[in-house]
Structure formats: structure tokens, C-alpha cells
Design a protein around this ligand. Structure first.
Ligand code: HCR
Length: 381
């Protein structure tokens, strides 16, 4: 039955929301949705999903051969997908609509050192509001690992589902113990948001994503129910050496586990153990959060949503949005633009161009946001 999970009083507005997305293509984040589907978390917190198993990220640095390193990168990547795409269903009952970040919104966090894995730092900046683009860096300095990326989405509606094409990519740089470094290009899968009619959206991944670099290409194919295994959240990753033969194939479900089915044997990834959430860190003196830091900026909106006080959440959200609108008007009047704090935009990415060609990835180039290496002192003391 339509709207089963939708509170009775919100069924009308849910139907209108679905109608508006059915005839809409572009920036979904700007559409007003009914309260039951609102998440109290801003999209600037999402890059933390890349490192909620910090020991797997750190383990990339311990690999001593190209093959072992490519497998470690794949294992870390596969282990992030459960958090990236199913964690809201677990914590909030369904996929929800995240808070649409303000231009210049910031999020800083840390996973502390444990068992010699080293400290991992996270820095996120909203580098565009229309369209929303989030840039991020995750670095484990002691292990010589750095992931820099940006994320944007293009949405459309098809067959009752929202289709999300992810725009953007990440580059992982690994410092080698013998000197020098190796880089991996990480591209992102396509999303289908199903279950809308029932008011309980969930994500399925489709198409392909790639990891390319360090002498290997890896083509990861995603399927849902009714494809090669008939199971939800299925994937098949084919890891191929660039200069020789001998593929390694890994198959399984990205939200559970997988095994090596060709070119080796044994279990590969397993995400049944609990993940480790990032600790948010304020960038101001004494670890305080500044006004543009996510959890401070949205604190009363988030509180309202969490406590079911949607009136105050909506008033506070309108106040923030009006303040941002005024800021943009003032900038236009004075001929200035909001300066990025941590990144510099670049219209093409030479690392992407060099690596994408090895796996025939299109487009041939993408924008990038170059990190200015200016970590706040609170993360670097
Ligand atoms: C599509 C989405 C915003 C973008 C979110 C992204 C793609 C962001 C980058 C992360 O690495 C992974 C990620 C996971 C989220 O699942 C995805 C969001 C799901 C819904 C949201 C839409 C803008 C809101 C749609 C509204 C629905 C739920 C009614």
C-alpha cells in the first residue's frame, strides 16, 4: 500500500513531493520534503564514511607488493560501501534526505591512533551550494596515506525510482617505504533509490565503478535483486594487472562479505564487525566549533528533527537559508565571492586523466579541488 511507512498526516505532502521529483531533474537537495523523511545530518558529514574502518585504510600502507597493495585498496573501498549506502536505513529506519550544506560549511574529524594504526584526520568543505559539491581530505600521516576527493550528484527519476549519477572522484596517494609514491583513482557507482512509493527509501548500487593505479585496474560491477545472484547489493570486482595477465576476481555482497572466486581463494572482505564513527573536532581555539562548522551551524535544526519538533527545525532552517541568501546578495553587491578555505578549484585533473585512460573511463577528465594542505592546528597538535 502506498505510503505505508508515511505518518498519516504527511501522506499528502509525500505524494506531492513524489510528484515534484517525478517531473524534476537536477538538484534534488533544494526540494522541500515532508518532515518524516528529513535527516538531521548534513551532507558534509558523509565523507567520514570513507574511513569508518580506519585499520583497513592503514593496512594499505603495510602491503609490500603491487598486487597486495591493489587488494588492500579494494578491500578498504568495499568495506566503506555498507556505511555509505545502508547506514541510514540501520540508524534511522530508511534512507533520508540529508541537510543541504551551506556554501563554505566545514566538518573536521579524527579517528585516533589505536594498535599502531596511526591517527587519521578528516577535513570537509562545501565548495559549491548550487549545485552542491563537497570536497574532502582524509589523511593518515604516519602511514603516508592521503585520500582527496569531491562529490556531487545528478538526479533523475525513472520507473518510480530516483537515479543518482555520482559526479566526482577521489585520488588515493600512498607513500612507498622505499621512497616515491603511487596514486589510485577511485570512481563512484550509480545509485537507485527504491521504495519511494512506500515511504521507506533504500539504495541499490548499479553500473560500474573503478579503482585504477599502482599497476592494476579494478572494474567493480554492481547488481541488485534479479541479476546474477538474485540477491540485493551484489558485486563482482575484477582486478587486472596492467602489464601482465592473471585476473583476480572477488564476488559477494558489499554490505556483508565476499570471497576470491578466481586467481586465488578464501574470504575477502567482511563488514559484520561494528564500524568506528569519526569524532568531530572544532577548529577554533580550544577545540571550539566556528559558526560555519556543520554541527554548530545546524545544531538547532538537527535537534528539532531528532526531537520531532519540526516547527522549530523549519524556522531555524529558514533563518540559516535567509542568512546565506543575504550573504550571497552582499557579495554580489560588492563584486566578491565566498573564498574557499581549504581547496582551489581546477577545471581538469591531470591525475584523473593519466589513470582514467588505463581503464577506458569516461569522461576523459573531470574538475578537481586541490587541497591547500592547511589543516587546522586542532588536528595537527
Ligand atoms: C542522493 C542523496 C545525496 C547524496 C548521497 C551520497 C551520494 C553522497 C556521497 C556519499 O559518499 C554517498 C552518498 C550516499 C547517500 O546515500 C546519497 C543520498 C541519498 C539520498 C540523497 C538525496 C539528495 C535525497 C533524496 C530524497 C529521498 C530520500 C526522499
Amino acid at each position: 500500500q502506498a505510503g505505508e511507512a508515511v505518518p498519516v498526516a504527511q501522506r499528502g505532502s509525500w505524494t506531492s513531493f513524489l510528484k515534484s521529483i517525478a517531473s524534476f531533474s537536477g538538484d534534488l537537495s533544494s526540494l522541500t520534503a515532508p518532515p518524516f523523511i528529513l535527516s538531521p545530518v548534513s551532507l558534509t558529514e558523509f565523507p567520514a564514511y570513507w574511513c569508518e574502518r580506519p585499520e583497513l585504510f592503514a593496512a594499505i600502507a603495510d602491503a609490500t607488493t603491487e598486487e597486495a597493495r591493489a587488494l588492500a585498496v579494494l578491500k578498504w573501498f568495499m568495506s566503506t560501501l555498507k556505511g555509505q549506502y545502508t547506514s541510514r536505513n540501520e540508524s534511522m529506519g530508511s534512507e533520508k534526505k540529508p541537510l543541504n550544506p551551506a556554501l563554505g560549511e566545514l566538518f573536521y574529524g579524527v579517528w585516533p591512533d589505536k594498535n599502531g594504526r596511526g591517527q587519521t584526520d578528516l577535513l570537509v568543505e562545501q565548495v559549491s551550494h548550487h549545485p552542491p559539491i563537497t570536497a574532502y581530505v582524509i589523511e593518515n600521516r604516519s602511514k603516508g596515506l592521503k585520500l582527496v576527493g569531491h562529490s556531487a550528484q545528478k538526479t533523475s527519476f525513472s520507473g518510480g525510482s530516483i537515479i543518482v549519477k555520482q559526479i566526482g572522484h577521489a585520488v588515493l596517494t600512498v607513500k612507498l617505504p622505499a621512497g616515491g609514491e603511487v596514486q589510485y583513482l577511485v570512481t563512484l557507482p550509480r545509485l537507485r533509490i527504491d521504495g519511494l512509493w512506500y515511504g521507506s527509501p533504500y539504495i541499490e548500487l548499479s553500473d560500474h565503478s573503478y579503482i585504477v593505479g599502482g599497476g592494476y585496474t579494478c572494474n567493480i560491477e554492481y547488481k541488485g535483486k534479479g541479476y546474477f545472484s538474485g540477491k540485493a547489493h551484489t558485486f563482482k570486482a575484477t582486478l587486472s594487472p596492467i602489464h601482465s595477465s592473471g585476473d583476480i576476481v572477488v564476488e559477494g555482497t558489499w554490505h556483508q562479505n565476499s570471497k576470491i572466486t578466481h586467481g586465488g581463494s578464501g574470504s575477502f572482505h567482511d563488514v559484520s564487525a561494528p564500524k568506528e564513527e569519526v569524532t568531530a573536532v572544532g577548529a577554533e581555539a580550544g577545540g571550539e566549533m566556528g559558526g560555519m562548522e556543520t554541527r554548530k551551524l545546524w545544531q538547532f535544526v538537527s535537534k528539532g528533527i531528532r526531537e520531532g519538533d519540526f516547527d522549530s527545525a523549519s524556522k531555524e532552517k529558514t533563518r540559516i537559508e535567509n542568512e546565506m541568501r543575504q550573504r550571497r546578495k552582499d557579495e554580489a553587491a560588492s563584486g566578491t565571492t565566498w573564498p574557499m578555505k581549504h581547496f582551489k578549484p581546477l577545471g581538469s585533473d591531470p591525475v584523473y586523466e593519466k589513470l582514467a585512460v588505463l581503464a577506458d573511463i569516461t569522461p576523459e577528465t573531470e574538475d578537481t579541488y586541490v587541497f591547500q594542505d592547511n589543516w587546522p592546528a586542532t588536528l595537527r597538535s
